[in-house]
Write a protein that binds this ligand. Structure first.
Ligand SMILES: Cc1cc2nc3c(=O)[nH]c(=O)nc-3n(C[C@H](O)[C@H](O)[C@H](O)COP(=O)(O)O)c2cc1C
Length: 317
């Protein structure tokens, strides 16, 4: 079984992290991945604090294995953060901004901090904050880039780096390891799992997509023009909807009507109707052809990665 030092750090068997895919990380998904030897991540974004409390209690009923509780800095909620610290998860994972003082608070509560970045500069800054591992996400995501991973690995050595974006099978995990990463953070593949709570329509839609159907939603930065201080500038990738098609063509109007559109999108997300607006999905959708139980995804990723590493070594003549 493929193991890296990240496994020892996180106390997991295989270096596979089920990425936080808010708000669809059911307790069942997180526990299934952790019970299968990977690290399940529970995404707190878009959930009320009381729900976070309930779901964390449910995860603890379903698994004794380590798991992560994830926060995005753009939707950060203090009450939920305190609830997460009290639950003492093995990992607090953070994304979309400068982790700042949250690192120290998580460490004091006994959790490790895994932080997601998009550039080598952000990685160096996060390393200086004292994070324990770094997820480097390229632009294919909901995006693993060949260029980014080795740069981040070199920038923050000896802090372990986890590759994210564009990984859907063991070949991607093997490639990440060859580039110097110690594991993979995988989102869209787990969104199309039996346990993810995004609903059958979304899962079935992923099965029909080609990679080019998961488009960069640049208008996102017009609709959300004022991110909180320290936030990272990113635009998400999503499958096309009439909403995206319309507003991508009308970016100036979107900027002008930002407040109304924010309310519309966030309201829909909280009401479980994100699929009609901005269904975040990575380019790996083009390679996902069946909905599998999360444990089976973990098992296949680990077995295929080993085979790919052996095959890669054998390809050299
Ligand atoms: C629907 C969806 C929701 C996401 N929500 C979050 C989130 O709440 N927190 C976070 O750190 N990342 C979030 N991400 C990014 C993932 O954690 C992960 O980095 C990304 O999906 C990896 O790329 P992949 O989808 O190509 O595997 C989300 C991604 C998707 C597709």
């Amino acid at each position: 079984m493929l193991r890296t030092q990240l496994c020892d750090l996180l106390r997991i068997d295989v270096p596979i992290i089920q990425a936080a895919v808010a708000p669809f990380t059911s307790a069942e998904l997180v526990a299934a991945v952790s019970n299968a030897g990977g690290l399940g991540s529970f995404a707190t974004a878009l959930r009320p604090a009381e729900d976070v409390r309930r779901q964390l209690a449910r995860i603890k009923e379903l698994t004794d294995h380590p798991f992560a509780v994830n926060f995005t800095l753009t939707t950060f909620d203090e009450e939920s953060f305190q609830i997460a610290l009290d639950a003492k998860p093995r990992v607090i994972s953070l994304a979309l901004g400068d982790p700042g003082a949250l690192v120290e608070r998580a460490h004091q509560a006994g959790s490790l901090v895994v932080h997601q970045v998009h550039t080598a500069r952000q990685a160096r800054e996060a390393a200086a904050r004292g994070v324990d591992a770094i997820i480097a996400q390229g632009t294919e995501a909901g995006g693993f880039t060949l260029a980014l991973i080795p740069q981040v690995v070199d920038a923050v050595r000896p802090i372990p780096v986890i590759a994210a974006g564009g990984i859907f099978d063991g070949r991607g995990l093997a490639a990440a390891v060859v580039l110097g990463a110690q594991g993979a953070n995988i989102g869209t593949r787990f969104l199309a799992s039996a346990e993810a709570s995004c609903g059958d329509t979304w899962k079935q839609a992923i099965l029909t997509l080609e990679s080019e159907d998961a488009v960069k939603v640049d208008v996102w930065t017009d609709i959300f023009p004022s991110p909180p201080p320290g936030a990272y500038a990113t635009s998400p990738r999503a499958m096309r909807t009439p909403f995206i098609d319309e507003w991508q063509q009308r970016r100036e109007d979107a900027h002008r009507e930002a407040e109304r559109l924010q309310d519309e999108v966030m309201g829909a997300a909280r009401a479980g109707r994100l699929l009609e607006y901005v269904p975040f999905t990575g380019q790996t959708a083009g390679a996902i052809h069946e909905i599998l139980p999360a444990a089976e995804i973990v098992r296949r990723l680990a077995t295929e990665a080993e085979a790919a590493l052996t095959q890669g070594a054998g390809a050299a003549v």
